[in-house]
Design a protein around this ligand. Sequence first.
Ligand code: FAD
Ligand code: NAD
Length: 481
Amino acid sequence: MSTTYDVIVIGAGPAGYVCAIRAAQLGLSVACIERYRDAEGQGALGGTCLNVGCVPSKALLDSSHKYAEVVHGLGHHGIAVSGVSCDVPALIRRKNGIVKQLTGGTAMLFKANGVTALFGSGRLLAGRKVEFTDHDGQTSVLEAGHGVLATGSRPIDIPVAPVDGKTIIDSTGALELDAVPKRLGVIGAGVIGLELGSVWRRLGAEVVLMEAMDVFLPIMDQQIAREARKVLTKQGLDIRMSCRVTATEVRRGKVTVTYLAADGAEQKEGFDKLIVCVGRRPVTDNLLAPDSGVNLDERGLVFVDDNCATNAPGVWAIGDVVRGPMLAHKGSEEGVMVAERIAGQQTQMNYGVIPNVIYTDPEIAAVGLTEEQLKQSGEPYKVGTFPFAANARALAADAGAGMVKVLAHADTDRVLGCQVIGPAAAELVQQAAIAMEFGTSAEDLGMMVFAHPTFSEALHEAALAVNGHAIHTASRRARKK
Ligand code: FAD
Ligand code: NAD
C-alpha cells in the first residue's frame, strides 16, 4: 500500500466518493477511507445515502406505494383485486439488493478511476498526515497533498427516548422492520418522520407523529406545507404538533410515550415501535488530532469558507459535516467543487439553487426562496400558482391534489423560487432549478413550449400566472407584494 497520495478523502458517502472520483479523473492520486461495514461485516462504500438513507428509504417508499395503490387505488378504475398481501421480509430483501447493487457499483467506479479504497477509520493529524486504522486494528500514517473530511452525520439522540434498536429505533432501524407494527409512534414530523411514517402507514400501521414545533415543515413554503399536512392527514398520518415528549417506557416489547400536548395536558400513548427522528448531527468524534488545526463551529460542524476550505491549509470539508442542508446532492456538488479546486480550477457552487424533495405521495419539493423568506427580506415579489386539479395529465393519473407555486422578482421578473406539492414534484422543481441557474424570468418560462399532456404544464401555467397570463385558470390576476 502506498503511503503518499495527492488527495486523501475520509468518508465515502455521496460527498466523499464523488470528490474522490472527480479528483482521480483530474489525474490526482487518491485514497478514500471508509469505516462502514455492511450486515455481512464487509466494508461498503456509499455512506448514509446508499446504505441507510436515500436509497433504501426510496426503495421502501416505492414498494409501499405500489402496495397501497393496489389495495386502495384501483377500484374506481374498474379494476377489482382481492387476496392482496405484503411479504415484508421480501420487501426488505429487495431493498437490500438495491443497496448492494449501488454500493458495489461505487466500488467498481473507484476501480475504474484508480481510486484506492481503504476500509477502516481515518483521523487527521497535523501537517496533512492521516492516521489510518484498518478493521483489524493495524495503524499506519499516510501523507496527503490535500485532506478532505467527508464524515457525514448521524441521528440526534434524545435522553427521553433512548434508542435500543428493538422497540425504540432510529431511521436505520425503521428501514429494517420484519413486520408491520400495529401502532407506530414517530418523534419528529420532519423529512424522515414523514417519509418512513408513510412507508409503514401505507403497509397498514396506525402512525402517530409527535412534533415539538407548532409550525409544520418550517423549511417549506407555508402554503405548500399547509396543503401537505391536509393531504398526509387524509392518508391517515396522525400529525400532532406542539408535543413535548417527557418520558418513554419500554415493557414487554411495547413502548409507552408520555408527552405534553399543545394544550399542556399530559398524554400517554402506547406503540409497538417508536422511531426517533429529530434531526442529524455531524460526525467528528475521534476525527481530528488536537493539533490538526481544523476548527469546528458552535454547532459542532467543521468550519469552512464558501469554497469548503477549512482553516488548516490544504484541508477541506464537505457534505453533512459542514454548514448547509444535509442533502446528498449538496455534498456531491461540494465534492466536485473541492476536487476541481485542488486541481487548480476556480470552481464555485451556487448554494442558492439546491433543490429539496420530500418523497411522500404526493412529493413535496422546493428550490430557491419561499414566500416567507421573501417577505422577511423585503424584496418585492410576484406569485403565480397553478393547481394540479386543472392539469389534464394529473387528473388522468388520479393525482389532482396539490399545486405549483412560482415566485419571481416584482421588478426584474427573475424566478426566485419554486415550490411544488403534487405528482413528479421533484422533476418539476428540477426544471425550475435549471431555469433559475440560467437567470430565467417567469416570462421566459411562460414562453417555452411544454408537451401536452404533462405534469410539467402545471409549472408552465404557474410561471404564466406570475404575470397574470395563465390560460387554464379563471383567476388571471398576478399577486404582487
Ligand atoms: P455520509 O453519507 O454520512 O457518509 C459519511 C461516511 O463517512 C460514512 O459512510 C461513515 O461511515 C464515514 N466515516 C465517518 N467517520 C469516519 C472516519 N473517521 N473514518 C472513516 N470513515 C468515516 N438526502 C437526499 O438528498 N435525498 C434523500 O432522499 C435522502 N434521504 C435520506 C433518508 C434517510 C433515512 C436518511 C438518514 C438520510 C437521507 N438523506 C437524503 C440525507 C443523505 O443521506 C445525507 O445528506 C448524505 O448521505 C450525506 O453525505 P455525506 O457524504 O456528507 O455523509
Ligand atoms: P428534520 O430536521 O427534517 O426533522 C426533525 C423534526 O423533529 C423537526 O420537525 C423538529 O422540530 C422535530 N424535533 C426535534 N426535537 C424534537 C423533540 N424532542 N420532540 C419532537 N420533535 C422534535 O430531521 P430528520 O427528519 O431527522 O432528517 C434529518 C435530515 O436528513 C433532514 O434534515 C434532511 O437533511 C436529511 N433527509 C433528507 C431527505 C430527503 O432529502 N428526502 C430524507 C430524509 C432525511
